[in-house]
Design a binder for this molecule. Structure first.
Ligand code: SF4
Ligand code: SF4
Ligand code: SF4
Length: 245
């Protein structure tokens, strides 16, 4: 029996579930390993008999809370995919404001009728079994995760900073070009795609578990910056703060 897989979307652009759909060359290999039984972007059939639920998006309405709890009851494994689901990603930016203010900003005077609560990662609402970061998810990392799950292995994320991948790729550090970069404290795994293409890292994979803060501070000091300045600059993907909920 192949594991029965569902893909669910909450508050997000659904770019991460679309990334799965875009695994054109590998999709046939995936369907040899698993059976998709529910996925709004890809099929009309639906089922509540689910082994693995991949979930993209943040939990940011009362109905999201009810739905993710139902999914947790239905599925054996719940796996958030992408920054929005992993650490609330971009959606957490709204948590800095009162929800009344947010609704008025977005919907105008009729805002009160809309259901909005502070955005949370999936793991803040239900227990999860693994989670994939990044905006959008890395295709190879997703495929590796599916293979691991099917083979009964525990999937793992790299626990070292992006700078390691960046240096392996032979990039010149963007700090020497006058840019700022989150590489020293960001979890590796994307192949340092942004610095490899002349850009800086915005930290969309979230923080590495044990960042070498001292080394980071020393690097920043060398370039006349403080951690706070860099954090203020890079709050796009890492602003979720449980204490504000
Ligand atoms: S992580 Fe990025 S690509 Fe994925 S759903 Fe959120 S905004 Fe879209
Ligand atoms: S460009 Fe960024 S990721 Fe690359 S070495 Fe410099 S700080 Fe690290
Ligand atoms: S380099 Fe940084 S911002 Fe770019 S994909 Fe990787 S973690 Fe995200």
């Amino acid at each position: 029996m192949k594991p029965r897989v569902a893909v669910f979307s909450f508050t997000c652009c659904e770019g991460c579930s679309l990334t799965i759909l875009e695994c054109e060359n590998e999709l046939l290999d995936i369907v040899n390993l698993v059976q998709f039984v529910r996925w709004r972007e890809a099929m009309t059939e639906t089922s509540d008999d689910i082994d693995i639920a991949f979930v993209d998006g943040s939990i940011s309405t009362h109905s999201d809370v009810r739905k993710i709890k139902q999914i947790r009851e239905m599925a054996k494994l719940v796996i958030p995919i992408g920054a929005c689901a992993y650490n609330a990603g971009l959606n957490a930016l709204k948590n800095r404001y009162g929800m009344g203010e947010v609704k008025e900003m977005v919907y105008g005077p009729d805002g009160a009728q809309f259901d909005t609560i502070p955005a949370r990662p999936v793991s803040a609402v239900v227990p999860v079994d693994f989670a994939l970061p990044q905006c959008p998810i890395d295709r190879e990392e997703f495929l590796r995760t599916v293979r691991d799950l099917v083979l009964g292995r525990t999937p793992r994320l790299p626990d070292y900073p992006l700078c390691v991948e960046c240096k392996r790729a032979g990039n010149d550090c963007v700090f020497w070009k006058g840019m700022k970069c989150m590489g020293p404290v960001t979890r590796a795994g994307c192949g340092a795609i942004c610095p490899s293409n002349g850009d800086y890292c915005e930290g969309c994979r979230g923080f590495v578990d044990h960042p070498n803060e001292q080394a980071h501070q020393e690097t920043l000091k060398e370039h006349g910056l403080t951690v706070q300045e860099v954090m203020n600059y890079f709050n796009l993907f890492n602003s979720y703060d449980e204490s504000q909920i």
